[in-house]
Design a protein around this ligand. Sequence first.
Ligand SMILES: *[C@@H]1O[C@H](CO)[C@@H](O)[C@H](O)[C@H]1NC(C)=O
Ligand SMILES: *[C@@H]1O[C@H](CO)[C@@H](O)[C@H](O)[C@H]1NC(C)=O
Ligand SMILES: *[C@@H]1O[C@H](CO)[C@@H](O)[C@H](O)[C@H]1NC(C)=O
Length: 248
Amino acid sequence: MKASGLAFLLCAVTTVSAKPFWPKGKGSLSTTTIAGVEVVDTQIVRDAQAVIRNMTDYLYKHQMRSWLFGAAMYNANETLKSQVDLEVHAVGTLLHDLGWDMTPGSPWFTLDHRFEVDGAIGARKFIRSHPDGQFWDEQRVQLVWDGIALHGTSSISEYKETDVANIVRSIGLDYRGPGLGVTQEVYDAIVAEFPNDDLIRGTNETFVFFCETKPDVTYDTWLQGWGDEFIPGYSAVGHRAVDMYVPE
Ligand SMILES: *[C@@H]1O[C@H](CO)[C@@H](O)[C@H](O)[C@H]1NC(C)=O
Ligand SMILES: *[C@@H]1O[C@H](CO)[C@@H](O)[C@H](O)[C@H]1NC(C)=O
Ligand SMILES: *[C@@H]1O[C@H](CO)[C@@H](O)[C@H](O)[C@H]1NC(C)=O
């Protein structure tokens, strides 16, 4: 009894001292290995994985791969890795598509926001209601918010903070394949554990779903193409910025 009590105490002390007080990504965070990739392993990152584990399979795997590809990109460049916040990256990539959750009654999906904004707002709520995340500097939360809000718009995100640009690049790796330091071998190991054969179908169906269920937030965005191409009766005309400039 006494011995196990002591063991518990030692264990608790070890856990506490191993935990960085204000993790910024530059100190030493606990790590683990998933699909051959060394990744940051803190409670908030584990809890972010638990949130998406509940989602439909293609969506879970897409967000896991985005994180892992990004982590592999960082692992291939120590200079770059030292410049970013690994927890911001993990939470930003793992939760970037909360807005794609089509589960009825989803706490993340809304009819009045474009999906990137649903994701960004959802991730901020997740962080702020988390026992560790509640103490995050607003700057870190904002980096997650921006990375998610801009993840469909790399023509802007590329010129933002390194953390933001790289959340978006990480997600892009899932669509574009090996690159940015991620070798074919590393890429294949990730895909072997989190197969991507359903990615294109799942993405396409989700975009069509948005154009059908909340067309107002797709008009004049890059999503409009899915409505124009695939949905009979969908028309952005009258909802576009240019419509103000079209002669009567
Ligand atoms: C997963 O879904 C179940 C059932 O809806 C819910 O009770 C649980 O809290 C969810 N877990 C997470 C981590 O969101
Ligand atoms: C590694 O990252 C640094 C900092 O972002 C960058 O300047 C450098 O070009 C990168 N190296 C390679 C090989 O990509
Ligand atoms: C995308 O969805 C549309 C509408 O359902 C369908 O016609 C098209 O074949 C799909 N494309 C892919 C690649 O799944």
